[in-house]
Design a protein around this ligand. Structure first.
Ligand code: AMP
Length: 249
């Protein structure tokens, strides 16, 4: 069974992002970039399925500029077998990424596609759902447990009221939530091994996909600065302030 995993290169979660002075976006010049944390979880899950003997091959895919090769090498150091870079300098929106992944699903015919539930840079939470719709595949988003049995996959999802378990027929699309697993540390020997793994590069045109942005960003602004907090001496004062000053209770 083949698994396709998508990995996005995003601003590292430890970086405090700054908005560009002209309000056109976030400044990513000279900023540390890493694999989207939910995608690390997605790769880890695929690797665990391979270690259990369920999966036979894991293909990591990243869409973006040539630097995404680093992200693919990290995925291969975690345990992906090969990587595909869909190289473009164009700003990619979720629909474009979903179309690129759909083209690769058609080509590679994986039994399972695992994406992150959202990319921490744009927080769209759209790509997995759009891919499932375009590829006409069943989907289970926000997975916290994945179990494959025969031609079915059982996925536990964290929903507001508790846990929901879905059974999907393979092939299917899954998006990973935070509690699905804890990704392993990438070891030096595995980083070295990953350098020798196959990494193919294709262009969106090769896949017949037009990736031109469909949405226009009008303005990006910093959130308003929060005022300093205060310390209250006791609960009675806190309740009084919440009632009479903040008027929230
Ligand atoms: P989003 O819908 O943008 O929040 O992204 C959800 C998931 O889609 C991410 O966690 C990735 O797995 C995948 N994804 C989004 N953009 C890309 C990209 N440029 N390259 C690879 N995967 C991506």
């Amino acid at each position: 069974m083949k698994i396709l995993v998508s990995v996005k290169r995003v601003v590292d979660y430890n970086v405090k992002v700054r908005v560009k002075s002209d309000g056109t976006g976030v400044d990513i010049a000279n900023v540390k970039m890493s694999m989207n944390p939910f995608d690390e979880i997605a790769v880890e899950e695929a690797v665990r399925l391979k270690e259990k003997g369920v999966a036979t091959e894991i293909i990591a895919v990243s869409c973006g500029d040539a630097k995404c090769q680093e992200t693919l090498r990290t995925a291969m150091a975690i345990g992906a077998d090969r990587g595909i870079l869909v190289e473009t300098a164009e700003e990619l929106q979720p629909l474009a990424v979903a179309k690129l992944l759909k083209a690769l699903v058609d080509k590679e015919q994986p039994s399972l596609v695992i994406l992150g539930k959202q990319a921490i840079d744009d927080d769209n939470n759209q790509t997995g759902q759009m891919l499932a719709a375009l590829a006409d595949l069943p989907q289970a988003t926000f997975a916290s447990k994945v179990e494959v049995a025969g031609d079915k996959v059982s996925v536990t999802r964290e929903v507001d009221g508790g846990l929901e378990t879905l059974s999907l027929s393979l092939p299917a699309v899954i998006t990973s939530d935070l509690r699905l697993n804890e990704p392993r540390y990438v070891t030096l020997p595995n980083i070295m091994k990953a350098k020798k793994k196959q990494l193919d590069t294709v262009k969106p045109e090769d896949l017949g996909v037009d990736v031109k942005p469909r949405l226009k960003t009008l303005k990006v602004a910093e959130p308003p600065k929060r005022g300093a907090g205060i310390k209250v001496p006791d609960v009675a004062t806190l309740v009084d302030k919440l009632k009479n000053e903040a008027k929230v209770i």
